[in-house]
Design a protein around this ligand. Structure first.
Ligand code: PGA
Length: 243
């Protein structure tokens, strides 16, 4: 993957279909970079395809097909022209009990069908206060990357998303983010020495703080939740990071 920053918009479980249609009227003409990845609620994905930006899912399953009610497989996603999948978001770890074994299987399956994986990692507030951030990041990364080859790793991007910063209007300092990204890269390099993995930051990014966050030296882009629901905020973020 080339070394240029990306912006991922995670729309989560928001918008009804009429909102989607208004949203698309605003974004389709203005977002013309393939370094922007929009991840809508799955049922709306077809409306987002065939534009200049890329499309991702917010989750994919660990098998390719069969009797798995309610799930979407990487094979199906890739057959639709979807190119990215977010795996291991903290909301999925929290509400769907996704554990590291599941996350690892989901990554392996997604890679099989050539999706690019955005693997989310990050500590909770409790873990941060107990000074366990590094320990948590190490565990999440090492387990998620089990059985993944150096070649496959090229299709993985890590998003550092402290759980306490998601949807809270709180962000770590640039210095904290930079140090944790450096740590994540070091953990990856212990196993894959020739890699410079892309690490994004995510958590309470908005049109006001993006200028400051974009100064972080080792960040490869941003994963934006809430602010990406407002096209004007998203444009501002993209302008700052990409254009
Ligand atoms: P937020 O969400 O920008 O609303 O904090 C980020 C995320 O969960 O990816």
């Amino acid at each position: 993957m080339e070394n240029r920053k990306i912006v991922v918009a995670n729309l989560k479980m928001n918008m009804i279909v009429s909102d989607v249609s208004n949203y698309l009227k605003e974004v389709n003409d203005k977002i013309v970079s393939d370094r922007v990845i929009i991840c809508p609620t799955s049922i709306y994905v077809p409306y987002f395809l065939q534009n200049k930006y890329k499309v991702g899912l917010q989750n994919t399953f660990l098998r390719s097909e069969g009797a798995y009610t309610g799930e979407i497989s990487p094979k199906q996603a890739s057959s639709m022209g979807i190119t990215f999948t977010i795996i291991g978001h903290s909301e999925r770890r929290m509400y769907f009990d996704e554990n590291e074994i599941t996350i690892n299987k989901k990554i392996l399956e997604a890679l099989k069908y050539h999706l690019k994986v955005i693997l989310c990692v990050g500590e909770t507030l409790e873990e941060k206060n107990l000074l366990k951030t590094k320990q948590v990041l190490r565990r999440q990364i090492v387990r998620a990357l089990t059985h993944i080859s150096e070649e496959e790793l090229e299709n993985i991007i890590i998003a550092y998303e402290p759980v306490w910063a998601i949807g809270t209007s709180k962000t770590p300092t640039n210095d904290e983010i930079e140090k944790n990204i450096e740590y994540i890269k070091n953990v990856v390099n212990e196993k894959y020495s020739n890699t410079d993995i892309k690490v994004l930051y995510g958590g309470s990014i908005n049109d006001k703080n993006i200028n400051e966050l974009n100064k972080i030296k080792n960040v490869s882009g941003f994963l934006v939740g809430g602010a990406s629901l407002d096209p004007n905020k998203l444009f501002k973020i993209i302008e700052e990071v990409i254009e």
